[in-house]
Design a protein around this ligand. Structure first.
Ligand code: FAD
Length: 256
């Protein structure tokens, strides 16, 4: 440790990535008296994102952050989880109310709304949008960081919260290759006619799955498909995906 070592709330923290993990981490740090810098690659958050299900283990963190009420104002509580076969036959419906009494309600929320809620827990001036890191140079006591806007900073701690294709991970650990699991997935919004408030519906088939997730902002569908020899998957054009989904709900879905 040298004379410049900082302690307590003087600790300089950089959070790279202002997504769900980054904003949560920064909000919790601010709550504890730190003033972390956050850099977020995108210029603005916009409407990009999907429906996210938060079970109590996750949403309890929002209680700790003091953001649970704001979260509830935008999230849809779930009371039922219905499991169906891929031909649409109902296999079982689980009533989630007992779980809700014991642990809290599961919710679904549109990702941009969750980002808004988490963003409120962080001081605006601490977030630099449209910025990322170009160099991370770790020394014994501190980390020197160079940013894309040409500025530099010295930090005691750098948090890599920049998602699955993390630049921080690459800078620190080199090329860590991702492992392809053999699935292609489509996520899209479907006709609200199918919307059943508070009910998650999942169609489980052989090598494929279709989940329906109602949110305040519409009904999201998630459709993963396992690649297998001799078993064609739908081409990634929207038309074919919708065709496959409608065949599932029409009950004429064939496994191969
Ligand atoms: C279709 C789908 C459905 C999902 N459903 C659920 C669900 O129901 N429940 C659930 O808990 N999870 C769900 N997940 C997983 C969940 O979305 C992720 O676990 C979560 O988003 C990870 O958060 P994160 O902050 O680590 O990364 P991200 O949410 O990916 O955020 C990373 C942030 O870093 C920014 N960034 C990227 N690179 C850089 C860089 N170099 N410099 C600066 N900023 C950068 C990005 O712009 C982004 O804002 C789902 C994921 C998908 C794809």
């Amino acid at each position: 440790m040298n004379d410049e070592t900082r302690y307590g709330n003087d600790l300089q923290v950089l959070v790279v990535g202002g997504g769900i993990a980054g904003l949560t981490c920064a909000g919790l740090l601010e709550q504890r008296g730190f003033s972390p810098d956050i850099v977020e690659k995108t210029n603005r958050y916009g409407g990009l994102g999907y429906a996210l299900g938060l079970w109590p283990a996750g949403s309890n963190i929002l209680k700790g952050l003091g953001a649970y009420e704001a979260f509830q104002a935008h999230a849809d509580p779930m009371h039922t989880y219905t499991l169906l076969s891929d031909s649409g036959k109902k296999l079982h419906s689980y009533d989630l109310s007992g779980l809700a009494v014991e642990y809290g309600k599961p919710h679904l929320i549109w990702r941009p709304r969750l980002i808004d809620v988490l963003g409120e827990t962080v001081t605006d001036e601490n977030i630099r949008m449209g910025t990322t890191v170009t160099d991370i140079d770790q020394h014994d006591d501190v980390v020197d960081v160079t940013f894309t806007d040409g500025t530099e900073g010295t930090y005691d701690l750098v948090v890599g919260a920049d998602g699955i294709h993390s630049t921080v991970r690459e800078q620190v650990f080199g090329d860590v290759s991702l492992t392809y699991q053999g699935m292609t997935s489509w996520a899209f919004w479907v006709d609200e006619e199918l919307l059943d408030r508070g009910v998650i519906k999942e169609h489980w088939g052989d090598g494929r799955f279709a989940g329906l997730y109602p949110t305040d902002d519409g009904l999201a569908c998630f459709l993963p498909w396992l690649h297998r020899k001799g078993c064609p998957i739908p081409s990634p054009s929207g038309k074919d995906v919708f065709g496959s989904v409608s065949r599932i709900w029409a009950g004429s879905f064939r496994t191969c």
